[in-house]
Ligand binder design. Structure first.
Ligand SMILES: Cc1ncc(C[n+]2csc(CCOP(=O)(O)OP(=O)(O)O)c2C)c(N)n1
Length: 420
């Protein structure tokens, strides 16, 4: 911990060179892996977001500038950089710090979370407040591609894109939710990142063309060509919503993250920076199996071997998955619906054998319930499984769309998993 041990606030990283920032990222990763091996947490998401968080703290000036984390399960590097390095050893412990951002825990935690898709709305509120107070505070929302599938994120985008308010939305696109990400938004992001012409030229520039300013200028030019291509091949959704779109960039390349953030920091108005990262980045077992390593429990850091605490007992979600599959075998109208928790609730067992009877609808609890109500109205027997804590999102839909219409939706309320 050569560099990390001397970092007690983001001010301490301001004078570091890019090479030193790179080393710092490595030290943060090593520290996170060590701490999380004994004291479990959301490791995979936090490993993937290290460069984004270091870059944001390098370029922006928190706590005056506000960095708002969606879900905030990826914010471990932020905690470690903002005076909670030692406290991180007791992450999620009863006498320790929260595993999520909490306004009351630190002035650097601009907004608390745990449930997804809130960051854009919250950041817009903070940005409007800053605009009103004219205090120069900049606001950044950091949101994952999975969390972008939540309706609340669209409500925030829709509102922010229609104002001139200074707001940066950084999309942390790792192609994953907890399981594989799904949905039209996901496909849209994929289209933006897989344009063959752009990728060919970008690769050539990064591997073959000189250094320094010329290369930077060429990169900018290619980015513009790319934006033009994306627009002319069907249009960019963010631009259509009133945002300026930048990217995609390699969100695990600290030099690229820093130079891009510096370039777009002061442009004003609603902007989206699309970054590509690897979930579990820098720890081989976590890169190889992102779903398991989203929250892996305890493990041996040197081998990556996970330490199971369940002494042979059947897991609740596996029993649920098996029973649902059996019901589906007996009744052809039975279908399963999950808002992005297929492996968590055991519905992946149904998905494997009967993919046509399984619906992962994205992180969209409201939609999951009303969609189930529609299926029931159409004569199906929907089993909609929602983690109890997240079901708060669907309160109105449960009453208005299911109960009042007396529709036969089986609501399966799974364990509540919000550890604070
Ligand atoms: C409303 C709500 N539903 C479900 C969850 C459970 N959940 C936590 S993280 C996560 C995946 C988030 O994916 P993404 O935003 O892409 O972040 P990543 O973990 O891939 O970095 C899910 C579904 C949640 N936190 N909140």
């Amino acid at each position: 911990m050569d560099i990390l041990s001397s970092i007690n606030s983001p001010a301490d990283i301001k004078g570091l060179s890019i090479d030193q920032l790179r080393q710092l990222c490595q030290e943060i990763r090593d520290y996170m892996i060590l701490c999380c091996s004994a004291n479990p947490g959301h490791l995979g998401s936090s490993l993937g977001a290290v460069e984004l968080i270091v870059g944001l703290h390098y370029v922006f000036d928190a706590p005056n500038d506000k960095i708002i984390f969606d879900v905030s399960h990826q914010a471990y590097a932020h905690k470690i950089l903002t005076g909670r390095r030692e406290a991180f050893k007791k992450n999620r412990c009863e006498d320790g710090i929260s595993g999520f951002t909490r306004i009351e825990e630190s002035p650097y935690d601009a907004f608390g979370a745990g449930h997804s898709s809130t960051s854009i709305s919250a950041a817009l509120g903070l940005a409007k407040a800053a605009e009103y107070k004219d205090n120069g505070s900049k606001c950044v929302a950091l949101i994952g591609d999975g969390s972008l599938s939540g309706g609340l994120a669209f409500e925030g985008l829709n509102n922010a894109g229609d104002c001139s308010t200074d707001l940066l939305v950084v999309v942390n696109d790792n192609n994953m939710s907890i399981d594989h990400n799904i949905g039209a938004m996901h496909k849209h992001l994929l289209k933006l990142t897989t344009d063959p012409f752009y990728n060919r030229v970008k690769k050539k520039v990064s591997t073959q063309i000189g250094q320094g300013l010329i290369r930077e200028k060429l990169k900018c030019a290619i980015s513009s060509v790319k934006n033009h291509l994306v627009r002319s091949s069907g249009g960019d959704l963010f631009e259509a919503l009133g945002f300026r779109y930048f990217g995609p960039i390699d969100g695990n390349d600290i030099a690229e993250v820093v130079s891009t953030l510096q370039r777009i920091k002061n442009l004003g108005g609603p902007r989206v920076l699309h970054t590509i990262t690897k979930k579990g980045k820098g720890y081989e077992p976590a890169e190889a199996d992102a779903t398991t390593w989203h929250a892996p429990g305890m493990f041996d850091p040197s081998t990556g071997k996970r330490i199971s605490s369940a002494k042979g007992a059947a897991r609740y979600q596996d029993v649920f998955g098996e029973v649902l599959l059996e019901l589906a075998r007996r009744n052809s109208a039975v279908v399963g619906i999950t808002p992005a928790m297929a492996s968590g609730c055991g519905m992946n067992i149904l998905a494997k054998e009967m993919p046509e009877r399984f619906f992962d609808v994205g992180i969209a609890e409201e939609h999951a319930v009303t969609f189930s109500a529609g299926l029931a109205a159409g004569g199906m027997k929907p089993f909609c499984n929602i983690y109890s804590s997240f079901s708060q999102r669907a309160y109105d839909q449960i009453i208005h769309d299911v109960a009042l219409q007396k529709l036969p939706v089986v609501l399966c309320l799974d364990l509540s998993l919000i550890h604070i």
